[in-house]
Each structure stands twice: as C-alpha cells, then as structure tokens.
Design a protein around this ligand. Structure first.
Ligand code: ADP
Ligand code: MG
Ligand code: MG
Length: 952
C-alpha cells in the first residue's frame, strides 16, 4: 500500500506537469522506465512494442492488439501491463513494482499524443480509457472490463462541451460509475437481494419519472445526470467511501481489480476445468476509448470470420446501433445479425469485410472479433482464434487446406483431439424426430442432440446429474455463475441471447449441445416451470433439444449414432456420402500419413474388435481374458475351478472353461485378420468371481452339489484386506500353474483353428503384475511347454510372443533383467499409477478433488499420465529394457492410451503403439499424428535456427 500512496503523489505531479510541458515529461518518464524491467508495452498509430507471438507476456488480447496494429488495422492506441506484474503482485502481498507507475505514465502519454486528447483534461477532449483484462488464453466471462475510465465531475463537462452531446457524455459517466462500482468497489448484490443494486436504482428512477420500464437509450442527459448522483450516493452508502475522482486513482484501482479477478472463484473454476495453471497470470490492457454510443451512426458488435457452430464460410455475428461494450452480449436489447450492417452503414460494412479477409489471411485461422463504429469509422478492439465446435474445426481445417491458407499438417493440428469425440456423439433418431412435437426454435449454438430432465438452476442441475440423471439446464440466459450446471448438463437451453451470448460461447467451447434465444420458452423461476407453446413443464420433466438445427422438442427422443459411426461401423452408404463423413475420412487419412506410433485397442469380444478396426486400430493391445468368464454359464465353471480342493478337480473345471476361451480367441483372431493380439492372462483376485449374497451362494451350492458352508468358507478364505495388492496377477498362475496352462492351450488351439480357416493368428501372451524376473520365467516356461505340446499334437506350427505388463515399480526398475525373458513390454499404467502413487483409483474419489483444487496434481493421474512420476518410471523401464533387448516391442494398455496428453507423452517416450477402448481409437490416432507433426516441426525449427544465426 505504501507503494501506492507514493505512486499517487508522483502521478499527481506528473499529470500537472503533463498539462504544462508534455514533451519534457515524456522524456523524463521514458528515461525512468528504461532503467528497470519493461512492464509496459505500447501500441498505436501503426507501431507496437509487442506482437502476436508474445501471448505469455502480454496475454492473448494485448498480443493481438499489438499484432493488428502492426498489420495496419484501425486499433485505438493503448498499452499492456504484462503478466509479470500479475505474478509480482501475488508474490509481493498485492503490491506493484516501483517502476510501474512511471512506465504507465509513458504509456498514457503515448495515447495522448496519438489521440490528441489529455487524460484528466478539464477543458478540451479528455482521454478516456478502457481497462481490459487479458489472460494468455481468453477466459470468457471471467474478467471484467471497465469502460470510460477517466471521467469525473470535471472531465464529464469537458466531454459534454467538446462533443456537444450531453446525453452521450452523461451516459458514459453513468456507465463508468456502474461498472467501476461493481467490479472495483464491489457494490454487488447482497444476500437476499434479487437484483444488482445499480439496476435497482435505475429501475426505481424510471418508475418515479416515467412510471414504466423505458429502455436505457431513452434516458435523457438530465436523467443520466440524476442517476450519476444516485449511483455515487449508493457507492458511499455501500462502501463508506467517496467515488474516486482522480483519474489516476481510478486507473490504479481498475488495474488492481483485474489482477484481483485472476483469483476470483469463477476464474478458478474455469482454470480447473481447462487445466490452466494459476502461475500464468493475467495482463491488463489500457486502451483509448472509442465510442459506439454517440448516436445512430455508431454501434458495436462481435463476429466470427466463419460460422463457429457448423463451420460454414460465412460472416457470422451481431451488432447493435448506438451501443457500447457488452450491450451486444448482455441480452438487454436484441442485436441484429452482422450482415444487416450492409444496409445501415454500408461503408463500415465494406471495411469490415476487408478486415475479415485481412485477418484470416494474416492469422491463417478463423477469428473471433470485437469492433466498434464511431460516427461511421470502424475500430478493431479484439481478435483471437475463434472457439469452435468439433464439427466446425473439422470443416475449417479441410476448407482452409483447399483454399491453400494452411497445409495438411496444420489441418491435423487444428482439430483438438479431446474434442473429436463430439463428432461421434449421437444425433436424434430420424424416425423418432418425425414423430416428436416441435414446441420452440432458437439459435443452433452447439451442435448435437440432447435429451434430459430439465432444471432451472445450476445447483439443482448439478445435484440431479450427480444422481445419474441426464439433465438439461434451462435458463432465461446463463452467466458465469451457471458454469457448474452447464458442465453437468447434457445440453443447455436459453430463452434469451444471441450467438455471442454466454451460453453459446461456453457451449461451443465445451462441446455442449445448446439452443439459445428460444423466445417461446417462458420461464418462471419462482414456480420452477417453463411454459412453451401452451404446455407447462416442471423440473424433472423431459425436453429434447437439437443444437444443430436449434429445435426444441417436448419429451424424450431416442438418439441415433452420428454419421461417422453409422458410416464406419454399419457401412451406411447414405452416411458415408455426407460431408461430415468425408471430412472425417480425409482427416484420418492425413493422420495415417503423419503418424509414427500405431493405435491398438483394448477389446474382449469379436464385436469390439471389429468396431475398433473400423476406427483404424491395427491390433489388440489388451484382451482381458477374465471378462470372458462372466458370460452365461461360464461363471459356474469358473466358480467350480476356484472351489476345487485338488489339482485334479481344478483341472477338470478348467477343462470346461477351455472350449469357451478357445472359441472366444478364435473369434477375435478372425476379426483381426493377422493383426497382433496381446492377450493378458488371468489377473483379478479370485473372490471377484464368487457369489457374495447368501441366496447366490445357496444357488451355486445346489448347482455344484456341494454344501453351502463350503462355499461360504472359501469366500471367507479368499477375502482380502487389500485386494489391489493381494492374490492377483501372475501370483495366481504361480500358485495354480494349471490356470496358465489352460489359457495358453486355449490361445494356441485357437491359433491352429484360425490357421485352418485361412487366418494367420498373431498372439502375444502377456503375463500381468510381474515384479521379479523369476515370476515371468516360471510362467513363460509353462507357455512354451504348452506351445510345444499343441504344435506336436496338431502337427501345426504357429508363431507367438510372450511378454509382460510393466505395472509395478519393481518391474520398471528391474526392466533390464525382465527384458531378458520378455519379448515385449506393455505399460499397465492403471496399476502403475496406483502402485507408484500409492493411491487406489477406486477409492480416490474422496481425496482427489481437493488434490486437484489445491493443484497438488494438475490433472487426474488416472486419466492423464503423471509424467514426472509414473512417466519417469516408464522412461527408466524403456531404457533398461532396451539395454538387454534392443528391439523390445513397447506399448501401453492402460486407460491412459486414449488420453491425448498421455498419447503425446507415449510418442515422445518412443513407444511403438498405444492401446485404448474402441471408441477412443480416433482420438488416439489424431493425438498420435499430432505428436509426430509437432515433433517434426520442432526438429525443423531447431535445424533452421542455427542457420539463421549464421547469416547474421
Ligand atoms: P472480454 O474479454 O470480456 O471480451 P473486453 O476487454 O474485450 O472484455 O471488453 C468487452 C467489450 O468492451 C468489448 O467487446 C468492447 O465492446 C468494449 N471495449 C473494450 N475496449 C474498448 C475501447 N477501447 N473502446 C470502446 N469499447 C471498448
Ligand atoms: Mg466480458
Ligand atoms: Mg472481448
């Protein structure tokens, strides 16, 4: 705080000096600024200190404002206070670096020079500024922008006099006090209040003077003046302090609020969802104001250079005449589609179309822009890569290759791997939709089909979703407070708001199905009902929404697979002819071209195998043989085996299981058509197979003709305190070698039968949970002996491999020894994570959330590989394994194999393949291709860099 007071004094004298001798002051402060680190980066009049590559330092908004300035677009001048100041601020008890004030003064001076105005001027045109947050990645709705800063009781008169537009001047001042009061001074809704306090004041005033709720734009200059007075009284009453009159006090306060908002709840929730580290910090942008609220010749708007919902190459957005800032997205007045600008301001529209072209050509990607028109003159206020649905991302990438804006490798990178599943999401069943009743339509803001029980409030939606209900969140409009509910819901329906409303924005980003602005939906929050087309729906009732067309249906509608699924898995010809299917096929072809690592699947049945191959899998990375024991009567034979008291009895039971396993393997081999199949031998604790209720036990006793007490005793015997670390994995085969023998026989006999049927089987037998070389040796011995026996019995040769899963730390650490026996390693990262972290995955629900909250773990380690810990063990195992068996085959079969970040890690670590569940195969293929492309680009860049250096 000491810094602040001192800075304030400096500021005051500096401002006074400015008025007298601007040139002298500028030199003084630039000299001062030059001494310390550079905290302030200016832009304006075609020049900028920063550029678009400096997002970590300047934030996304600041970096692109600099970039737009550099390429000659009309951007009001300003400066960015860097993210380093945010870091400093939190590291130093919320104070600022000593040299910051002087650097900001230089920044303000630069703006004054370009604009020909003065900050705090009481005669002539005062410089007003916008104070805008700007994190590295945009965080919609999280941070608050303050407009018209610099206005006070004196400067507002100067503004009124110079513009000769009192309504405008007092509108600006009124807006400023409201925004500043809310964001910086914290004059907000208190518990028990239904409305924002400033809005309550406006409401009361309108009724007092006009006896009705007139539009804000109808308020006269005198009305605004009166509101300014009442707003200030409100601030005084709520905060006990007078509204700051000094522009520099205002500016410092606003900057502090931006930095402060980095740690507000909404920002934290958002960062957690998108894994943005809190260390990144936010920048603050201070920019000269331009005014969209001077009258009918002005306005402001937002647009995308192409349609971000479905990818169509059309200018897409909306604007409002005589409006400022967030008016467009606030949903108070309904904005016009941006193409209508053509009629009202043709010159500005033509200019805007030119900007659209320039931006796409320069950034080579679809841009999301904000602009303001002041008296017919266009100003660009923001550009960033537009958030998009997976469908739009796919279409953009394919189209831009055709347009020669990007190459195919870039196109592959443009499709976020973790969004790809959206394309596979179901659509409504066509026949069912025909029968369903359309009750409303809105804007198609997030494609896909969603059906669920409706809730009108985020908290109740979350609770219902936690209970396992499919939920639709239905709101008049959404705000950042609804984020949790939106995350929990299948889809979002709003009654108000356009394509740039909060709901649309968030839905696009999260890939949620969303219909917004469905005006026919009349919501009564108090009664918890929505009346639509004369029908009333209460909470818990079903609605269905189609976010691709914007349609709202009554009741529940069955969904059907997406065109991609229908085309790939069912061979549906009509689906294969759709643009979506063809684009997907093109993308996967490119992936194929780029990738080094291949993708296998985790599959236990012929059907799963067939699906995975249709998705592009080239083998099975994990077949869990025990899954085969649960089907039909098989479980009885399995239980008999477990209950057996002698080797002979056990062998007899195993003999019953053998034909089942053999035929399962044969089915899988046939689907694989020569692709390899990694088959894991029995792994889970035996008690998982036994009946646990008295009734089930009696039933089994009857079936097997033994006493129920015997079963109970065995269940008791097999009970473990810690089954995860208990009698499981290869420990089973060590104690009961006949199990291993039966399984090996089933595999080999199936291989022989496959061969007879003209299919080459390629089995890779995998022994689980190996920590000691000797464990593996003992099991491998049985496998080899069985192979020999089957080959001589059937007089048929077949090839196979035996390897192990690396899933306990000791296995990883002694991988050099183990690799002497193992022909391949497959990383079982589920267990490896459990045993490395000493955390049980199934029990982690109770303690992992606070761990993520406190950022002890950045991501759930059971979903994304913990690279520093578990990843390190993998790297050790890879290096050691290769030291004794240089050509050892390496793969991964844990759940992580379908997680894009983990796939990229596996690529870097040098694995030959990843394996994941069938529906994740496309995601893994995309991630694997992206890893290869990124690696190639890095290599090319580091090759190119030294060459450049030499030239200089
Ligand atoms: P957000 O990150 O929430 O989009 P912005 O900083 O982009 O916040 O500001 C929101 C809106 O405020 C902009 O879309 C624009 O309409 C308005 N605005 C921002 N800066 C200026 C400016 N210099 N002049 C006029 N309006 C501005
Ligand atoms: Mg905003
Ligand atoms: Mg913005």
């Amino acid at each position: 705080m000491a810094v602040n007071t001192k800075a304030k004094k400096v500021a005051k004298t500096a401002t006074k000096k400015v008025a007298a001798k601007p040139a002298a002051k500028k030199t003084a402060s630039s000299a001062r600024a030059a001494k310390g680190p550079k905290y302030v980066y200016t832009w304006g009049a075609g020049k900028a200190d920063g550029d678009g590559t400096m997002k970590p330092l300047l934030g996304g908004k600041g970096a692109n404002l600099a970039e737009m300035t550099r390429i000659g677009l009309p951007v009001p001048p300003g400066f960015t206070v860097t993210t380093e100041v945010c870091t400093y601020y939190y590291a130093n008890k919320r104070t600022y670096p000593a040299t910051l004030q002087a650097q900001m003064e230089a920044g303000v001076a630069n703006m004054e020079k370009i604009m020909g105005t003065k900050f705090g001027a009481t005669s002539g045109m005062p410089l007003l500024v916008a104070v805008r947050s700007g994190a590295r990645d945009s965080m919609p709705g999280m941070m608050d922008t303050i407009l018209n800063l610099g206005l006070n009781d004196q400067t507002v008169v100067a503004l009124e006099n110079t513009t000769n537009n009192p309504r405008f001047a007092w509108d600006c001042y009124r807006r400023f006090i409201q925004m500043y009061g809310d964001v910086v001074l914290g004059v907000q809704k208190r518990e028990g209040e239904d409305h924002e306090p400033f809005e309550t004041v406006i409401h009361a005033f309108k009724h007092e003077r006009y006896h009705e709720d007139i539009e804000d734009s109808k308020l006269t200059a005198d009305d605004q003046k009166e509101l300014v007075k009442r707003f200030k009284d409100l601030v005084k009453e709520r905060t006990g302090k007078v509204f700051p009159n000094d522009p520099w006090d205002q500016l410092r306060g606003a900057a502090g609020a931006v930095f402060g908002s980095w740690m507000n709840d909404r920002a934290i929730v958002y960062r957690r969802k998108y894994n943005i580290p809190s260390e990144w910090g936010t920048a603050v942008n201070v920019q000269a104001m331009v005014f969209g609220n001077t009258g009918e010749n002005s306005g402001s708007g937002v647009a995308f250079t192409r349609n971000p919902a479905n990818g169509t190459n059309e200018f897409y957005g909306e604007f409002l005449v005589n409006a400022q800032g967030e008016d467009v997205v606030a949903g108070v007045r309904t904005p016009e589609p941006v193409i209508k600008l053509k009629d009202v301001m043709p010159k500005s529209y033509a200019e805007l179309l030119q900007v659209r072209k320039t931006l796409e050509k320069h950034f080579k990607d679809v841009q999301d822009i904000e602009f303001t028109i002041q008296e017919g003159k266009l100003f660009m206020l923001q550009t960033r890569n537009g958030k998009r649905t997976a469908a739009a991302a796919l279409k953009f990438s394919i189209d831009m290759v055709k347009e020669k804006l990007i190459d195919w490798q870039t196109a592959v990178l443009r499709n976020p791997a973790d969004q790809l599943e959206q394309l596979l999401a179901p659509i409504f069943d066509l026949a069912e939709v025909k029968k369903a009743k359309v009750i409303a339509t809105g804007l198609p803001a997030g494609p896909g089909a969603a059906t669920g029980r409706i809730y009108f409030n985020a908290d109740r939606a979350v609770v219902a979703a936690e209970k396992g209900e499919k939920v639709l969140l239905v709101r008049v409009e959404t705000s950042p407070e609804d984020l949790r509910g939106m995350i929990a819901a299948e889809g979002i329906l709003t009654a108000r708001g356009g394509v740039s409303s909060h709901a649309a924005l968030v839905a696009r980003q999260m890939g949620k199905v969303c219909v917004c602005g469905a005006a026919a939906v009349a919501i009564d929050y108090d009664k918890k009902t929505a009346t639509i087309a004369g029908q009333t729906f209460g909470e818990g009732d079903y609605l269905s929404i189609d976010g691709t067309s914007g349609t709202v249906y009554a009741g529940q509608i069955k969904t059907a697979p997406s065109e991609i699924i229908a085309g790939l898995l069912d061979g549906d010809k009509a689906a294969q002819a759709t643009e979506k299917f063809k684009s997907y096929a093109q993308l996967m072809k490119w992936c194929q071209q780029a990738t080094r690592m291949s993708v296998r699947t985790n599959a236990d049945t012929p059907e799963q195998t067939r699906n995975a191959i249709a998705f592009g899998a080239v083998g099975i990375g994990l077949t869990r043989t025990e899954h085969m024991f649960f089907e039909g009567d098989r479980i009885d034979a399995m239980r008999e085996m477990i209950l057996a008291e002698t080797v002979e009895a056990r062998k007899a039971a195993l003999a019953k299981l053998l034909p089942f396993q053999r035929s399962d393997f044969l089915g899988i081999f046939k689907e694989l058509k020569g692709y390899p199949a990694t088959i894991r031998f029995l792994d889970p604790p035996l008690h998982e197979f036994l009946p646990h209720t008295k009734e089930q036990q009696m039933d089994l006793a009857r079936k097997l003709g033994i006493a129920v007490e015997k079963i109970m005793a065995r269940v008791h015997e097999l009970h473990e305190f810690n089954p995860m670390l208990g009698f499981r994995g290869c420990r089973l085969g060590i104690r009961y070698p006949e199990i291993t023998e039966m399984q090996a026989r089933a595999v080999f006999e199936a291989a022989v039968e496959a061969k007879k049927a003209g299919v080459k089987a390629n089995p890779e037998i995998m022994i689980p949970l190996v920590g000691f070389k000797k464990e593996l040796d003992l099991q491998v011995e049985i496998v080899h002996a069985t192979a020999k026996a089957v080959q001589s019995e059937t007089k048929t040769k077949f090839s196979y491999a035996v390897g192990t899963m690396i899933e306990v730390p000791r296995g990883a650490l002694t991988a050099d020894e183990i690799a002497k026996t193992a022909e391949f390693f497959s990383f079982g990262t589920n267990d490896l994570t459990q045993t490395t972290l000493g955390m049980s995955r199934d029990d982690s629900g109770s303690f992992l959330p606070p761990y993520t909250e406190a950022e002890i773990v950045k991501k759930n380690p059971f979903a994304t590989i913990d690279q520093t810990g578990v990843g390190q063990l993998m790297e050790i195992a890879i290096a050691k394994g290769r030291s004794t068996r240089p050509d050892i085959k390496l793969g991964i079969c844990g759940e992580h194999g379908g997680d894009p970040d983990s796939v990229k890690f596996c690529h870097k670590a040098g694995l030959a393949y990843v394996s994941c569940s069938p529906y994740r195969v496309p995601v893994a293929r995309l991630a694997a291709a992206q890893a290869a492309i990124e690696e190639a680009r890095k290599a090319a860049a580091s090759k190119a860099a030294p060459a450049k250096g030499k030239k200089k």
